[in-house]
Design a protein around this ligand. Sequence first.
Ligand code: DX5
Ligand code: ZN
Length: 218
Amino acid sequence: GKLARIAPSILSADFAHLARDLDRISNADFIHVDVMDGHFTGNLTFGPGMVAACKRSTDVPLDVHMMVSNPDETIGWYVEAGADMITVHAEASTHLHRTVTYLKEHGVKAGAVLNPATPVGVLEDILPELDMVLVMSVNPGFGGQRFIEGTYAKLDRLQALCQAVGAHPLIEVDGGISAANIEDVARHGADVFVAGSAVFGSSDPAAEVQRLRALAQS
Ligand code: DX5
Ligand code: ZN
């Protein structure tokens, strides 16, 4: 199959041993950093200081997933902190085109995220500008949730839309991904696979990253 990229989510790492846990996944393609503000979702995690600390601690590119209200107001913090890619929720961004343009001007890859209930059609006009689309396969907020099966049909609709407008963003899927379903997710067009509990719940996270990547490419 095509190239698969694995993005372990440090939401499932041990926050008090983050450098150790980052070392354990040095073979990952991205580090997925779940920024939550206690408002857009019912959980509170990292801010720009943590993103900057991760940047100093790993050479793996940082994929910052902003689950915050009004991301257009605070996105600059994460650009300054060294994010390599930033995704903002379509539901939360009032000026998505402006925000995406801003990211690209600052040399940061730009992505838009869709919650499970948000239709792919809302991205139609911005799709050609996006480096990545992140499809949530759980309702955001917590690791260890169950993969929503309707995601497969949504990925098919997203692929059709990309084809219709001639856009080629990376497709990332986030939530409930494990060795049990990653082949199916790959078959529906995903390029980037977020995995939190599957990777950090393993006794050998690097081996799990390798196993997931091999399954997704099989
Ligand atoms: C959920 C986060 C995910 C989460 C995934 O709100 O966006 O990135 O860490 O965790 P798992 O892989 O355990 O579902
Ligand atoms: Zn995430």
